[in-house]
Design a binder for this molecule. Structure first.
Ligand code: SAM
Ligand code: DTB
Ligand code: SF4
Length: 345
């Protein structure tokens, strides 16, 4: 069989390519979202193949380094002190414990280690410990990611100096719907932290949640906001709400699987060179829904049986899924960058 060789440039070199745009109108994005499903998927998948090897999926592992008792009131979150999810709060973990967990994640094949803290923003006194975590995880040969809430210029400087690769900070939903979900900080606050992270030269991981009772227009607006940032986030996590008992969104109407796949496809089209992560909510998705997400352009997942506090499919079930779909994990050596001259079947 003749092999095709293609040069692809996902996650890097975005501005060199004219199809990486930052001027999407909400009308054209909405038209894509509303297109016949086959047309939308064909377009998203075609773009995906131009930028990425289509059967390779990046794997990140999460760890909650400080759980619960959060001052923010995010309506979806088990960790907010404003809700009664029954979660037990805990203090910031010791560096050694985090490194032991990271070693296990590396042995299980993760290429990126994402440490999350239930904070509005980190305290100055915690920065030394956080930087030691970044340095230690990096020394294991893993990419590092943190999600700690809002950051000051001083915080981003320290994290950058420690070698942090990625910072996760989600805009969560559209500007219009934001106030229905969170009242203790604004959409503009989120964008300000993202700008600081970008300015400091840390790679940006920013996405949101769907299935919070929002309209399709809110999903489109959220993605247009991300796509029209001066530089696209390198990583775009799309979470399906995990409805947590005791939170205000416990009874939110579930999003239809096709609408979820449409959201993934639109993220792929609007941000063609970014990794689109099929994030929270995979335990409530069929193999078929996940397969459609991978076809639509998702090329990253969280692995391991827990996310921060909620369940995730374990390694065994992901291994079966990858085997069924002929997917392979992105290897550590190429975990952070450009993929050139990869082979198509
Ligand atoms: N406290 C930090 C912050 O909010 O930026 C970091 C941790 S926070 C848990 C990270 C992200 O996880 C949130 O922005 C949200 O997008 C996602 N998330 C939290 N709870 C979720 C849930 N129940 N279902 C889906 N996604 C969720
Ligand atoms: C993201 O977008 N999803 C992850 C990560 N970034 C930090 C978190 C998902 C959390 C799901 C709910 C939980 O585990 O509590
Ligand atoms: Fe706190 Fe983050 Fe949860 Fe919001 S999403 S309540 S900021 S831990």
């Amino acid at each position: 069989m003749m092999e095709l060789r293609t040069s692809r440039s996902g996650a890097t070199g975005q501005s060199a390519d004219r199809s990486v745009r930052h001027d999407w109108s909400r009308e054209e994005a909405q038209a894509l979202y509303d297109a016949p499903f086959n047309d939308l998927l064909f377009r998203a998948h075609s773009i995906h193949r131009r930028y990425f090897e289509p059967n390779t999926v990046q794997r990140s592992r999460l760890l909650s380094i400080k759980t619960g008792g959060c001052a923010e009131d995010c309506g979806y979150c088990s960790q907010s002190a404003h809700h009664s999810s029954g979660l037990t709060a805990s203090k910031l973990m010791a560096v050694e414990r985090v490194l032991a967990e990271a070693r296990r994640a590396k042995d299980a094949g993760a290429t990126r280690y994402c440490m999350g803290a239930a904070w509005r923003s980190p305290k100055g006194r915690d920065m030394g410990v956080l930087c030691a975590m970044v340095e230690g995880v990096k020394a294991l040969g893993l990419e590092t990611c943190m999600t700690l809430g809002m950051l000051s210029d001083d915080d981003v400087g320290k994290l950058k100096d420690a070698g942090l690769d990625y910072y996760n900070h989600n805009i969560d939903t559209s500007e219009r719907y934001y106030g229905k979900v969170i009242t203790t900080r604004t959409f503009a606050d989120r964008l300000q932290t993202l700008a600081r992270v970008r300015e400091a030269g840390i790679k940006v991981c920013a996405g949101g949640i769907v299935g919070m009772g929002e309209e399709p227009e809110d999903r489109v607006d959220m993605l247009v906001t991300l796509a029209n940032l001066p530089q696209h986030p390198e990583s775009v996590p799309i979470n399906m709400l995990i409805a947590i008992p005791g939170t205000p969104l416990a009874d939110a109407e579930k999003i239809d699987g096709i609408a979820f796949v449409r959201t993934i496809a639109l993220a792929r089209i609007l941000m063609p060179a970014s990794y689109v992560r099929l994030s929270a909510g995979r335990t409530q998705m069929s193999d078929e829904t996940q397969a459609l997400c991978f076809f639509a352009g998702a090329n990253s997942i969280f692995v391991g049986d827990t996310l921060l506090t909620a369940d995730n499919p374990g390694e065994d079930s992901d291994a079966i899924l990858f085997d069924k779909l002929g997917l392979r994990p992105l290897e550590l050596a190429t975990g952070s960058g450009e993929q050139d001259d990869v082979q198509e079947p």
